[in-house]
Write a protein that binds this ligand. Structure first.
Ligand SMILES: C[S@@+](CC[C@H](N)C(=O)[O-])C[C@H]1O[C@@H](n2cnc3c(N)ncnc32)[C@H](O)[C@@H]1O
Length: 282
């Protein structure tokens, strides 16, 4: 019912990669035009949803089945989401990111592979509850999130308590979360933050696996076998990949997690990219 019909877009100047060759009057803005074309393609794609809250409670209708839902937060180009969907046809995978222009790559890949168990949602992770009913998600991946190394930005880290509280509400009890990062500071912050939340009985965690070099860990290799776009770049640079596999349940003091003002989708998308190895103030 919610499946969109293919809308007609003017593709006369867009090549197979979604690139608009610059016209003489637009010679200085090819990147901007390419992004616009990618966003238009995203909006026109039947397996892409641009922050439409009507999807909440209607994912079964969207996929046409009742398979469990697994989400990937900050999926970027979405190739990891697609690879997981290909490996696990009995589950539905939803890649979520702020940037439609990135996710269209994954949406096209899913089409090429004829996959019907993949969707992409443009949304801020802060707004997940607008798109997912309570206890409706069976699994979650958090892959290479921006580290937000400055202490004052710690609330934007996707493993901060503010996000964990949101995840707790949309995840089914016992749902497993898999977190991967190249950033050791973010990884150590996450482990310490979880311990702190446990001590205050805000959240209780089960840790199934912790690795500071998952691809070198023979018994964990399979669990992390599917790699993301960023991950392959870090592997090529010889960087170890850190991996945490856990589940959570609310503690007695879960209400103590302060509710912060969500950042609007467009503002969040325009926020400067956070990167860099700074550990000083994590
Ligand atoms: C470093 S990239 C990693 C992309 C992909 N997971 C990979 O490993 O190739 C981080 C991604 O997270 C997205 N992101 C950052 N904050 C987000 C938020 N609050 N909600 C949704 N996506 C977010 C960014 O737009 C970006 O695409």
């Amino acid at each position: 019912m919610l499946r969109k019909k293919h809308r007609k877009v003017n593709t006369s100047n867009i090549n197979a990669k979604g690139f608009c060759p610059p016209t003489p009057d637009a010679i200085f803005v090819p990147m901007a035009r390419r992004k616009e074309a990618q966003k238009a393609a995203f909006n026109a794609s039947p397996n892409c949803i641009n922050a439409d809250p009507a999807i909440r409670g209607n994912w079964e209708a969207h996929f046409g089945n009742k398979q469990p839902i697994v989400v990937e937060i900050g999926c970027g180009k979405g190739d990891h989401t697609v690879a997981l969907a290909k490996r696990n046809p009995g589950q539905n995978f939803i890649g979520i990111d702020l940037k439609a222009a990135r996710m269209i790559t994954g949406a096209r890949l899913a089409d090429q592979h004829g996959l019907t168990n993949v969707a992409f949602l443009r949304a801020n992770a802060e707004h997940l509850e607008q798109f997912f009913a309570p206890a409706s998600v069976s699994g979650m991946w958090i892959t290479f999130p921006d580290p937000f190394p400055k202490k004052k930005q710690s609330g934007r880290r996707l493993t901060h308590e503010h996000f964990l509280a949101i995840y707790l509400r949309i995840l089914k009890p016992g749902a497993e979360v898999k977190f991967k990062t190249d950033n050791l500071s973010l990884f150590e912050y996450t482990l310490a933050h979880f311990e702190e939340l446990e001590q205050k009985d805000v959240v209780r965690f089960k840790r199934f696996a912790i690795s500071r070099n998952v691809h070198a860990d023979a018994h964990m290799r399979e669990l992390a076998a599917v790699t993301t776009d960023y991950e392959r770049r870090f592997i090529d640079m010889g960087k170890p990949i850190h991996f945490l596999h856990f589940s959570m349940e609310p503690g007695a003091n879960v209400a103590a997690i302060p509710v912060t003002e969500p950042v609007e989708l467009d503002k969040a998308e325009k926020a400067p990219r956070q990167s860099g190895p700074s550990v000083a103030d994590i």
